[in-house]
Design a binder for this molecule. Structure first.
Ligand SMILES: [Zn+2]
Length: 133
């Protein structure tokens, strides 16, 4: 059988719209003042170098629904703290950062806003679990 030339589909490849993702990135970096928002035991993370800054979803991408490209669901993190947040860093580091609670509240409120909007149009909603509304 002939080998397919089709590349193996990467996770998220269909969902990730590069234009929307870069607009989201710009908006998030501007809102957060171009600095990592993570808080360490010594204070706010000092990383400001744009080459190290990434936009991190605070709500798992598959839980964001239509809110996935909204700047409110994400924050600016340096690549090191992004690895901690998403548990790519060693397990001993997982609790080494705190994300400001207002950012988490903003992200949850954003997803709920999109959920409410879908529900009002009679569309299916996969509700965010956790805290009661
Ligand atoms: Zn950082």
């Amino acid at each position: 059988m002939k080998k397919s030339r089709k590349p193996i589909a990467h996770r998220n490849v269909k969902r990730r719209d590069p234009k929307k993702a870069s607009q989201q990135r710009e908006a998030v970096l501007n809102r957060d003042g171009g600095t990592c928002v993570a808080i360490h035991d010594y204070g706010r993370c000092p990383v400001r170098d744009k080459a190290f800054l990434q936009v991190a979803h605070l709500i798992r991408r598959h839980k964001c629904g239509d809110a996935i490209y909204d700047p409110d669901v994400a924050v600016t993190l340096c690549r090191f703290d992004h690895d901690v947040l998403d548990h790519r860093a060693p397990i001993k580091d997982w609790d080494s950062i705190v994300i400001p609670s207002e950012a988490i509240d903003r992200a949850e409120a954003c997803v709920r806003r999109y959920e409410a909007e879908r529900a009002s149009r009679g569309l299916a909603v996969v509700p965010l679990k956790g805290k009661s509304q």
